[in-house]
Design a protein around this ligand. Structure first.
Ligand code: PFF
Length: 449
């Protein structure tokens, strides 16, 4: 029998869960390096603009649809459809979301597995297990396979426990720790030589970069990935929000938290890179650009921690704990999408669904691990650059063109009775109907020109 639907027990619980989904490797790794590569504060400016003008309205569409339908993504979109065609469209968008998020999780878990291995390494050093410590930080199929499985097990464990006892409980523990570790690391790194150079690279805008067509594409991709949009994650979390919650308000708090933590992470990563440079670590690739891909996290920063002497181990453990926490609160939100679907549609018990689906995703991850050079980049591009923004666009079409406007307002009014005359309602309906779809489409198509 399917278990009854869960619900977040408090506003704080929802905020931590949704911000936990949003804040992930995308914020701590993706955003700062994207900014460093694309004109520093100019990228920040474009990102803020797109996050609030395009991603926030799309986030609201998912939250409203989810809370109204109180169901998984596929059922929710079918429910708000108005005829056979829009129902088929809803089924397609929901199913594509499930497929996309499962593949996102399959590559995300690989990178998160690296973070786990790097987190354990300083402890292995302290215990004098030098060979093991070395193995943990050396690239290899066995290490990658083992840690992807461990990471998926952690994700499955939390999701098996349900909305309150799993997602909410862990998000409310982990997210405050994340903020605390991040702040401590920023304060520490700022005291080191070279940090101000990094701040300059991050915060002094090069507005010429705004003219690069790729800047907007990167900023939009970053904003959609960062807010976990298009794949039904926010819809499913929205379906667990109490009817008495003020949706526009908590949606904007989630967006603010996500953007705020990305901006804060920039205050850590960029200064850390220039501190590394000051201590002799290479931070530029052969092409002269800053090292931004996996090399940044698994070679530049570890080299920096190594150069710090005894305290380096503590800083490394704190940094990788930060990464693991960020990953885990995101990965649980990804697994929740297919699990909620199977639990509700097929009347399977939650733990069984979590183990089965998590297991299938882990197998996909293992296939990618075994064929890393051929598969990894393509899976990332296909899911995050091709599929996710397009699905975000479909959600806007659903909320702006298919779903009945007065039902939307009724839904929002449940938690905020005066919403009909408020700022949000004056702007959002027009925005989600015209501005968002056109802007997303324009930016999306730009990547093919
Ligand atoms: N928002 C996460 C990050 O910034 O790392 C990634 C993510 C989570 C993408 C959940 C998609 C998703 F459904």
């Amino acid at each position: 029998m399917a278990s009854p639907r869960g619900e977040f027990s408090s506003r704080f619980g929802f905020l931590m869960a949704a911000a936990g989904s949003a804040v992930g490797l995308g914020n701590i790794w993706g955003f700062p390096t994207n900014a460093a590569e694309n004109g520093g504060a100019a990228f920040l400016f474009a990102y803020l603009l797109l996050a609030f003008a395009l991603a926030y309205p799309a986030l609201m569409a998912e939250l409203i649809i989810g809370r109204h339908a109180r169901a998984n993504g596929v059922t929710a979109l079918q429910l708000i459809a108005t005829g056979a065609k829009s129902r088929a469209f809803g089924t397609m968008v929901g199913v594509l979301g499930i497929i996309t998020v499962s593949f996102i999780l399959s590559f995300y878990a690989i990178v998160s597995g690296w973070m786990l291995a790097f987190l354990i390494q300083p402890f292995a050093v302290w215990l004098g297990l030098d060979g093991f410590a070395n193995w943990l930080v050396s690239d290899g199929v066995t290490r990658n396979a083992l840690f992807v499985v461990v990471f998926m097990l952690l994700t499955i464990l939390i999701i098996s426990a349900g909305v309150k006892e799993g997602i909410e409980k862990w998000a409310t523990r982990l997210m405050p720790s994340l903020v605390l570790i991040l702040l401590c690391l920023i304060f520490y790194v700022m005291t080191l030589p070279g940090a101000t150079e990094g701040l300059r690279a991050y915060l002094v805008p090069n507005f010429a970069a705004l003219a690069q067509p790729n800047l907007l594409v990167s900023a939009m991709g970053q904003a959609f990935f960062s807010l976990s949009l298009g794949v039904g994650t926010m819809l499913v979390y929205g379906s667990y929000i109490s009817k008495s919650e003020n949706l526009p308000l908590i949606g904007s708090l989630v967006a603010l938290l996500d953007v705020g933590i990305a901006v804060l992470a920039g205050l850590l990563i960029l200064p850390a890179m220039y501190v590394a440079l000051a201590s002799g670590v290479e931070i530029y690739s052969d092409s002269g650009a800053l090292i931004a891909g996996p090399g940044l996290i698994i070679s530049v920063l570890p080299a920096l921690f190594d150069s710090m002497g005894i305290i380096g181990g503590v800083v490394a453990a704190a940094f990788f704990a930060l990464m693991v926490i960020a990953s885990l609160t995101s990965s649980i939100s990804m697994l929740e999408v297919p699990v909620s679907f199977v639990v509700e549609k097929k009347a399977v018990r939650r733990p069984a669904a979590a183990v089965f689906i998590g297991g299938v995703i882990a197998i996909i991850s293992l296939v990618i691990v075994a064929n890393f050079d051929v598969l990894f980049d393509s899976v990332v591009t296909l899911t995050t650059e091709m599929s996710q923004p397009l699905l975000g666009l479909f959600f806007c079409i659903f909320a702006g063109w298919i779903w009945n406007r007065s039902t939307i307002l009724d839904e929002i009014r449940q938690g905020s009775p005066e919403a009909g005359s408020g700022f949000f309602w004056r702007i959002w309906p027009f925005y989600i109907r015209f501005i968002c779809p056109i802007a997303i489409l324009l930016v999306y198509l730009q990547q093919f020109t």
